[in-house]
Ligand binder design. Structure first.
Ligand SMILES: NC(=O)c1ccc[n+]([C@@H]2O[C@H](COP(=O)([O-])OP(=O)(O)OC[C@H]3O[C@@H](n4cnc5c(N)ncnc54)[C@H](O)[C@@H]3O)[C@@H](O)[C@H]2O)c1
Length: 205
């Protein structure tokens, strides 16, 4: 019961990994907030996890677009109204535009910039807005999802014979998130945080 009664917001909570994180929160005694841009999968995920875990009231979907300050502020207000507080954020959403995933030669300047804005920019906005909220509250933790590909170079041989690759945007996005996490950990140390950043998990305290 490591997370007993802790309210944890998981962005992209209706996705492949997000859903597992929400389940882990509830398995450990907490309340899992599925914060996702897709209301259909978000609501379905709430219904399915509530039934699977026999945890009605411990899992809740809230709509969120991590690239909109207004949407983030609405989420904070609505979660606070329903559960009284927010204890943690798992910054996990995976926004990308329709051209995301092309080979290096085919990525346009516009697509490169847009994908970086959506993903790295969205993670920044979540850290900024939740960071302000946690500062006011006096406590809070943030976990940022990077990737092995934010740390090591791609192994292109793994993608031989398949139609997809390891996108260049992903390398730029995920390596930036590792360092943004260090930045935020040091920044919030000034306001009473521990200034700690777990190397592999991107955990700000
Ligand atoms: N799947 C993997 O093997 C893997 C490995 C390493 C890291 N990651 C990272 O884990 C995270 C989750 O990956 P996944 O595979 O579960 O992705 P996914 O595509 O299955 O889920 C992503 C979720 O994010 C939501 N989303 C998209 N844009 C959003 C926005 N603007 N605001 C709020 N929600 C939004 C989608 O609706 C979706 O539910 C990503 O950051 C990814 O880079 C994944």
């Amino acid at each position: 019961m490591l997370l007993k009664d802790k309210v944890i917001v998981v962005t992209g909570g209706a996705g492949l990994l997000g859903r597992r994180f929400v389940k882990a929160v509830v398995d450990n005694g907490g309340i899992g907030i599925i914060a996702d841009i897709n209301p259909e999968t978000g609501k379905r995920c709430e219904d399915e996890l509530s039934a699977e875990l026999n945890a009605k009231g411990k899992v809740a979907f809230f709509p969120l677009d991590i690239t909109s300050k207004e949407s983030i502020q609405t989420l904070i207000k609505d979660v606070k109204q329903k559960f009284g507080k927010i204890d943690g954020l798992v910054n996990n959403a995976y926004p990308r535009n329709k051209n995301y995933g092309r080979s290096f030669e085919d990525v346009t300047y516009e697509d490169f910039c847009e994908n970086l804005s959506l993903h790295t920019g969205g993670y920044f906005l979540m850290m900024q807005q939740l960071g302000l909220y946690f500062k006011e509250q006096g406590s809070g933790s943030i976990i940022n999802m990077s990737s092995i590909y934010g740390v090591i170079p791609p192994r292109f041989e793994v993608y031989e014979g398949v139609k997809f690759t390891m996108p260049v945007e992903y390398a730029a996005i995920k390596s930036a998130i590792v360092h943004l996490t260090r930045y935020a950990a040091k920044y919030f140390k000034k306001s009473g945080g521990q200034g700690k950043c777990h190397k592999s998990r991107g955990h700000i305290r």
